[in-house]
Design a protein around this ligand. Structure first.
Ligand code: IMP
Ligand code: MG
Length: 333
């Protein structure tokens, strides 16, 4: 499929990074392009012994033939971006849009105190305050920053040209559907719409140019920061189940609950999902660790996947069975 948009179906941290890195290696997209809010995102990618924590660049960088891009709707912290470009050795294939907004020291300071920090439990990354300034039309843009000059591109143009030439483009969303500024649990949400439509707008991709929308759900629900979460487990119950996780960006403990079919159904609707990915099946069913074919799953695990398909009426295309890029069952035709 020429364009696939990958988004989170719960509250972020569904394991999108692992799914995207697998798709980048398997489907050979000429471009992996990120939409979403900003460096409040944290994706973890494990490739053999190497673990990468990524906040700005698309997680699809593992494929050395793919160009990695950031669309104009995303706000950038130049220090974080330049460090990742350097650490991951992608300076010859990383591009950002001229009109990406710029996070400055003042935004970081505003995001680390008061209502944002204490009531909303933001990531402190400056993303929300920078987006607020963008709405006020006072925010600096990437084209104003000298250290970024060699990475500037017209991302919507490049992405649309690639699709016109029938090249594969992988579109990477961040956060999760229920953290959307429009559709989430306001005010306990991020500062952008992060559903598939919002992610496409961030990179200048019109609705008729999308071939597949892959919504990623983890086998259980987690949430960092404050805000409502149905059937939340106590920290003791969470660690007993082996679901205790800490945030990639903030190091905070994640709150947890069982897979929520109501939230999932709404995510399917809001994103017009054509495919589902289920991650961390091995955490729910340890016998499934590292499995790469559906037939070898236990009956319990198979019925969990079938129950998801029966409830959501969308096929499960990918199933994550471990942290490594290749710990995956690929059910696509
Ligand atoms: P902000 O996006 O930093 O303004 O934070 C707003 C809310 O969204 C907080 O509850 C954060 O914990 C949450 N949030 C933002 N980005 C992510 C993410 O990538 N994963 C999980 N939660 C996130
Ligand atoms: Mg994350």
């Amino acid at each position: 499929m020429p364009s696939t948009v990958v988004v989170g179906g719960f509250f972020g941290d569904e394991g999108k990074g692992k799914i995207i890195s697998y798709l980048a290696l398997k489907d050979n997209p000429s471009i992996v392009v990120r939409g979403g809010a900003g460096p409040n995102a944290g994706h973890t990618v494990k490739d053999g012994d190497k673990i990468y924590k990524i906040r700005m660049l698309p997680s699809g960088f593992l494929n050395k033939k793919s160009k990695v891009m950031i669309g104009p709707g995303v706000v950038i912290n130049p220090d974080v971006l330049l460090k990742e470009i350097n650490d991951f050795g992608v300076s010859d294939r990383a591009f950002i849009d001229r009109n990406c907004g710029i996070i400055e020291q003042t935004h970081l300071a505003q995001d680390s105190k008061g209502r944002l920090k204490e009531t909303l439990g933001t990531t402190g990354s400056g993303t929300g305050p920078a987006n607020a300034e963008r709405a006020m039309r006072t925010l600096k843009l990437a084209k104003d920053i000298e250290s970024l000059s060699s990475y500037l591109e017209d991302i919507p143009r490049v992405v649309n040209l690639a699709l016109d030439s029938n090249e594969n483009v992988l579109v990477e969303g961040t956060q999760g559907t229920h953290l959307s500024l429009w559709h989430g649990t306001y005010p306990y949400v991020t500062s952008k719409d992060v559903t598939a439509s919002g992610i496409c707008a961030d990179i200048g991709l019109g609705p008729k140019k999308v071939n597949d929308v892959l919504v990623v759900f983890k086998s259980y629900v987690t949430r960092v920061g404050t805000g409502p979460m149905s059937n939340e487990l106590t920290p003791e119950e969470t660690s007993k189940k082996g679901w205790a996780e800490v945030g990639t960006v903030t190091g905070r403990s994640r709150r947890a609950a069982e897979f929520d079919f109501e939230l999932a159904q709404r995510a399917i609707m809001l994103n017009s999902a054509t495919q589902i990915a289920i991650t961390k099946l091995d955490v729910l069913y340890p016998d499934c660790a590292h499995k790469t074919s559906f037939n070898t799953l236990t009956d319990e695990a198979k019925s969990f996947i079938k129950k998801i398909e029966a409830n959501l009426h969308v096929p499960v295309a990918l199933i994550g069975t471990g942290p490594n890029v290749n710990d995956i069952i690929d059910l696509r035709k």
